[in-house]
Design a protein around this ligand. Structure first.
Ligand SMILES: Nc1ncnc2c1ncn2[C@@H]1O[C@H](COP(=O)(O)OP(=O)(O)OP(=O)(O)O)[C@@H](O)[C@H]1O
Ligand SMILES: [Mg+2]
Length: 241
C-alpha cells in the first residue's frame, strides 16, 4: 500500500538539546496509530513535525510519495488537522471557533452552519455554541478542539492527548465517537495518549517514544505481551500488570 506520510531519519535539536533522534515512521492511508511515551519524550514535538508545523533539524518528510522540503504548501496543510494538547481557542464563540477553518477554506456560508452544528451536536456541546470559548471548562474546550478538527474532514488527523481533561464516562463516550468517526470517514490518524488503554482501544499499531527515540513498535496488545529494552519495560509495566 502506498504511504500517505513518511518520515525518514528525523532529528530535531532545540536549545542545544537533541529532542528527536533518528525517527523513521510512516502512516498508511486509513491507518490509526498510537504514540505513547513518558512526559517530555518528544510526542508533541513529533506531532508538530509530522503535521508540518515545525521544521526538523534534519531528515526527510514525504506526503503521498512527494518529498516536502521547506514549508508545506497550503493545500497540503489543509488536508491535515491537529488537535493540540492545550486547546488554542480564539476569543470568540464556540460556533465561530469551529466555523473558522471552513471559512478560511472558502466553504459556502450556507454549508458552514449545518456542518458546525452537526459536530457540536455529536460532541455534546451544541448548547455551548454561543458561549465564549475562553470561558469553557477543560473538558468542554477539548470537545471544541475536536469539533474544530473533525468539521474539516481532514485526510490526516493528529490528536495530542485529546481525552486528558475528560471525566471517565465522558471519555468512554467520546472514544466511541472518535472511533466511529475515524472508521466511517477512513481518516488516517496518529493519536497521542498517556493512557495505553486508549491506544489498545483505538489503534492497530503503536509506537513507544522514549527520550526522543522510537524504542518499540507493534500491535498494541503485542507490545504489552512482548519483552523489550529496559526503558520500554519500565514505561509499559503499569499496563502489563
Ligand atoms: N520549543 C521548544 N524549545 C525547547 N525545548 C523544547 C521545545 N519544545 C519542547 N521542548 C522540550 O523537548 C522535550 C519534548 O517535549 P514534548 O512536548 O515533545 O514532550 P511530550 O512527549 O509531548 O511530553 P508530555 O507527555 O508532557 O506532553 C521536552 O524536554 C521539552 O521541554
Ligand atoms: Mg505532549
Amino acid at each position: 500500500m502506498k504511504r500517505l506520510l513518511a518520515a525518514r531519519n528525523i532529528n530535531w535539536r532545540q536549545d542545544g538539546k537533541e529532542i528527536l533522534k533518528g525517527i523513521d515512521f510512516s502512516l498508511q492511508p486509513g491507518e490509526i496509530v498510537g504514540l505513547v511515551g513518558p512526559n517530555g519524550s518528544g510526542k508533541s514535538s513529533l506531532i508538530k513535525i509530522l503535521s508540518f508545523l515545525l521544521k526538523p533539524t534534519s531528515g526527510k518528510l514525504a506526503f503521498r510519495g512527494i518529498e516536502i522540503a521547506g514549508s508545506a504548501p497550503l493545500d497540503l496543510r489543509r488536508r491535515i488537522a491537529v488537535v493540540f494538547q492545550e486547546p488554542l481557542l480564539l476569543n470568540a464563540t464556540v460556533f465561530e471557533n469551529v466555523a473558522l477553518g471552513l471559512k478560511l477554506r472558502g466553504t459556502a456560508k450556507r454549508d458552514i452552519r449545518p456542518a458546525v452544528e452537526k459536530w457540536l451536536d455529536s460532541l455534546g456541546i451544541l448548547h455551548l455554541a454561543n458561549r465564549n470559548a475562553r470561558s469553557l471548562s477543560g473538558g468542554e474546550a477539548q470537545r471544541v478542539s475536536l469539533a474544530r478538527a473533525f468539521v474539516l474532514r481532514p485526510e490526516v488527523l493528529f490528536l495530542d492527548e485529546p481525552f486528558s481533561s475528560l471525566d471517565a464516562p465522558s471519555k468512554e463516550r467520546l472514544i466511541e465517537d472518535v472511533e466511529s468517526f475515524l472508521h466511517s470517514t477512513k481518516t488516517t490518524a496518529l493519536i497521542v495518549s498517556h493512557d495505553f488503554s486508549d491506544i489498545l482501544r483505538l489503534a492497530k499499531r503503536a509506537l513507544v517514544l522514549i527520550d526522543g527515540r522510537i524504542e518499540a513498535e507493534g500491535r498494541p496488545e503485542e507490545l504489552l505481551m512482548g519483552s523489550h529494552s529496559p526503558c520500554v519495560e519500565i514505561f509499559l509495566a503499569h499496563w502489563k500488570k
